[in-house]
Design a protein around this ligand. Structure first.
Ligand SMILES: Cc1cn([C@H]2C[C@H](O)[C@@H](COP(=O)(O)OP(=O)(O)O[C@H]3O[C@H](C)C(=O)[C@H](O)[C@H]3O)O2)c(=O)[nH]c1=O
Length: 182
């Protein structure tokens, strides 16, 4: 596997080594030692998550505040999404900037999103199965969000239609009004 830099240094695309043969394919979807060497830091995941969505579903932008901040390693095993991470560390030189990556069943790419980033994705296919690992447990009291269409962040969702948002995501605050990371 290899790590590919994005426009925000701490956010990395992880591309697995896929072994294809006449049966299909095999790849290591996660190997702690190889992953930590590729990102240059430790990552102790404690929780795996799995969500299913139809087309046009936008989940996000979400994060957990310290002391329950979560780093995430996300991937798609069915379908395709446009996956976005937003730097919400006020002291960061890339504060308020975002990166977007196509993650799909076909490209098998993963995205490493460290603590201090809001995360969300928009589904591009009729059926999406989204899997991810987190470095802290779910802590509802620390769960926060930011509006997916905040004009200050100005994410280009690739003109894909957003047809379904949770009630929570319909009322997320703007970046300017959100509790952020120092
Ligand atoms: C995140 C989470 C949720 N839940 C429960 C809480 C709700 O009753 C239900 C659905 O939760 P929610 O609507 O927050 O699910 P998503 O909108 O997919 O949230 C996720 O979406 C974006 C893409 C993220 O990066 C986060 O990991 C996560 O916030 O699952 C749990 O029991 N454990 C959990 O870890």
């Amino acid at each position: 596997m290899k790590a590919i830099d994005t426009a925000i240094p701490d956010v990395k695309i992880i591309e697995p080594t896929v072994f294809a043969d006449d049966r299909g394919f095999f790849f290591e979807s996660f190997s702690k030692a190889k992953f930590e060497a590729a990102i240059g830091r430790s990552a102790d995941f404690v929780q795996d998550n799995h969500s299913r969505s139809g087309k046009g579903v936008l989940r996000g932008l979400h994060y957990q505040l310290p002391p329950h901040a979560q780093a995430k390693l996300v991937r798609v095993v069915v379908g395709e999404v446009y996956d976005v991470a937003v730097d919400i560390r006020k002291s960061s030189p890339t504060f308020g900037q975002w990166v977007g990556v196509l993650l799909s069943e076909e490209n098998k790419r993963q995205l490493w999103i460290p603590e201090g980033f809001a995360h969300g994705f928009l589904t591009l296919s009729d059926h999406v199965e989204f899997l991810y690992k987190t470095t802290d447990y779910y802590a509802p009291e620390s769960d926060r969000g930011i509006r997916w269409d905040d004009p200050q962040i100005a994410i280009d969702w690739k003109t894909a239609d957003v047809s379904t948002l949770s009630a929570k995501d319909q009322r997320q605050p703007l970046l300017a009004d959100a509790e952020l990371f120092d």
